[in-house]
Design a protein. Structure first.
Length: 159
């Protein structure tokens, strides 16, 4: 019987949401950090340059400035997610920013040059950065789950 009590306590806990939030925070801190270096700014050129949503960034900020702007945005989202442990409205802002980020990066799969390996017949044979970007589908799902949870915390229903 005590084993069932532990299982029940585990099932009712918020451990899952805390792990999702913490994982997203670490991702945004880590990826935001890389944006401060020249190698990352150069690596982003084909991604940003061909994106229908981000292509304006190079002309507005320059190559390094666009990388810095993305880094600041990623750190801001990570900070909002972190503050969201204690303040639900910040949590909603962070989760929404996270979802928008991953929606945006998923569009890069369709617009990045050489995304599909032509020697293997193209789609669905991924090449280069495409296989790296496909993980963002899972991160988008995690962001939506976290957003749903945080909206419930912010706007509880009377039921």
């Amino acid at each position: 019987m005590p084993r069932l009590a532990y299982l029940n306590r585990f099932v009712r806990s918020s451990l899952d949401i805390h792990l999702v939030r913490l994982s997203l925070i670490l991702i945004f801190i880590g990826f935001g950090y890389t944006k401060w270096f020249a190698y990352e700014a150069q690596a982003l050129i084909p991604l940003i340059g061909n994106s229908p949503l981000l292509s304006w960034m190079h002309s507005a900020f320059g190559i390094r400035g666009a990388s810095y702007a993305l880094g600041v945005a990623e750190w801001a989202i990570g900070a909002a997610l972190l503050i969201g442990f204690w303040l639900p409205r910040w949590a909603v802002a962070g989760a929404l920013g996270s979802a928008i980020t991953y929606l945006t990066t998923l569009t890069l799969i369709l617009t990045t040059p050489g995304a599909w390996e032509s020697s293997a017949g193209g789609f669905p044979a991924m090449a280069g950065a495409t296989s790296f970007l496909i993980k963002d589908a899972v991160l988008l799902a995690a962001s939506v789950v976290l957003l749903k949870h945080d909206l419930r915390r912010t706007c509880p229903t009377s039921a």
